[in-house]
Design a protein around this ligand. Structure first.
Ligand code: C2O
Ligand code: CU
Ligand code: CU
Length: 494
């Protein structure tokens, strides 16, 4: 078995090469189950159900969510203890419309605190669901707010201080889709679960007793918990029947700390139509895309050339780790109508650099064993932003409401340790305007809330801070880094 390392050299444009793709690429780490599955690619891909709107009005939506314990048979007859929203693992898809009033009751039926954060949503600080809005065990959280945002593929997950990584690992995550007139009217696939498919990609490791191996040690914190089994919508090696036409995949890297390169086994080209925060101006043709933990992309793939009954494999490569055949698409019927992707999706309201009132600089740093600039006395690891670890009682940055800011984020990749980081901001969708002084690749020229920053890279983002005041988080979205304190707080003040 051959494991290809395609991600060496960061974002270098490397296509998925044709290696031996058979089955899972296994790390065979002692202590973890590492048997390939005999029944691969027969189980149907689970599609998360749409969460029922309990209201009866079109201008508002009302939901109920139960955070609960569950159990999954990832290995037949050997149940794994899990967490889920309204179910055993993962959660239903919440679908709302721009302008709608949104209400939800989140019942925490766990025995520990959780929160429910709307990742990518422009939302009042008090309803952000970050670490400042804990939902103690046995209580209900009742956010109410208005959706003020364009169509996008967002997601939700817990965000309790120090518990995020473990709770997500056990299964807490789901899609949060916003639709609007543009997404209604665009000639793109939009039948949920039919030709508009949410795909949350995650990896896991297991102990021999089939329980999740989220045992953290210093290595796990620094590198993140990287799994040797791949799950798509909570299933290992599933397959999905599709028509021989355009299929839209809403890709979410829902892993704790993996960076994925995603593409097809036959290297077919697909069109990227949306980044984290919604549609790109124009579709961008690619044959693989890198998503760091927390990032999303909507892609449209054309299966018109696939012979009836044939399968196309989706491949996922971890930057540090394995190469997986993630799932298969079985083309079992002709497309009812031939759809041509529009040339323009949505004009981008590009934020000009000249609009910025402030430039802030952030350094994401991994230091180890006293070799960092903190001096010889520092023992152990340090994962910091601007030399600091998260402190609830400290506001790191104050941002004026109504301002536009450039944030320049550097991954200090020198020294002994160099780690990729994935910077995420709450409250806003930003625009990436440079990577190491160069314009970002085309698929990163839309709205984003999470951005991969490779060791030694400097990324500049620009954002408008509008509508809401209050305290929000910014952090590395490698969840083990976040839980270890690679997070800060910014307050929007009027
Ligand atoms: Cu996806 Cu602060 O989180
Ligand atoms: Cu977030
Ligand atoms: Cu990080």
């Amino acid at each position: 078995m051959k494991r290809r390392t395609l991600l060496k050299g960061g974002l270098a444009a490397l296509a998925l090469a044709g290696a031996n793709y058979t089955g899972l690429s296994l790390l065979g780490k002692s202590g973890f189950i590492d048997t390939a599955r005999a029944d691969g690619f027969t189980a149907p891909l689970p599609i998360p159900p749409l969460l029922e709107d309990l209201g009866s009005r079109s201008d508002s939506a009302r939901f109920i969510m139960n955070v609960q314990q569950g159990s999954m048979d990832f290995f037949p007859g050997k149940p794994t203890a899990t967490l889920g929203y309204n179910g055993n693992f993962l959660g239903p898809t919440i679908r709302v419309r721009n302008g709608q009033r949104f209400r939800i009751n989140v019942n925490n039926n766990l025995t520990q605190t959780t929160t429910l954060h709307w990742h990518g949503l422009h939302v009042p600080a008090q309803w952000d669901g970050g670490p400042r809005q804990p939902i103690p065990a046995g209580t209900t959280w009742k956010p109410v707010f208005t959706i003020r945002q364009e169509a996008a593929t967002l997601w939700y997950h817990p965000h309790a201080m120090g518990l995020t990584g473990e709770q997500v690992y056990q299964g807490l995550a789901g899609f949060f889709l916003i639709e609007d007139e543009v997404s209604d009217n665009l000639n793109i696939p939009k039948a949920y679960g039919v030709d508009d498919i949410p795909l949350v990609i995650q990896d896991r490791r297991f102990f021999r007793n089939s329980q999740f191996a989220y045992a953290q040690n210093m290595h796990d914190i620094l590198n993140g918990v990287i799994g040797n089994y791949l799950l798509v919508n909570g299933a290992m090696q599933p397959s999905l029947s599709v028509h021989g036409g355009l299929v839209r995949l809403r890709l979410l890297n829902g892993s704790n700390s993996s960076i994925y390169r995603i593409g097809f086994k036959d290297h077919r080209t697909f069109k990227v139509i949306a980044s984290d925060g919604g549609f790109l101006e124009q579709p961008v043709a690619m044959n693989s895309i890198v998503l760091s933990a927390g990032e999303r992309a909507e892609v449209v793939v054309d299966f018109a050339d696939v012979e009836m009954g044939n399968q196309v494999s989706l491949m996922v490569e971890q930057m540090k780790g394995s190469f997986f055949e993630a799932m298969r698409f079985t083309v079992d019927r002709a497309a009812e109508t031939a759809v041509q992707l529009p040339k323009i999706l949505r004009p981008l309201d590009k934020i000009p650099e000249s609009e910025a009132d402030t430039i802030r600089r952030f350094t994401m740093e991994t230091m180890s064993m006293g070799r960092g600039r903190m001096g010889m006395g520092m023992m152990g690891r340090r994962l910091t932003i601007n030399g600091k670890k998260m402190d609830f009682n400290r506001i790191d940055e104050q941002v004026k409401l109504g301002s536009t800011e450039i944030w320049e984020i550097t991954n200090q990749g020198a020294m002994m340790m160099s780690m990729p980081h994935s910077m995420h901001l709450h409250d806003v969708q930003f625009q990436v305007f440079s990577r190491n002084g160069q314009p970002p690749p085309l698929h990163e020229r839309g709205r984003k809330d999470t951005v991969l920053i490779m060791p030694g890279e400097t990324v500049r983002i620009i954002s408008r801070f509008r509508d809401y005041t209050g305290v929000y988080m910014y952090h590395c979205h490698l969840l083990e880094h976040e839980d270890d304190g690679m997070m800060g707080q910014f307050e929007v003040i009027s």
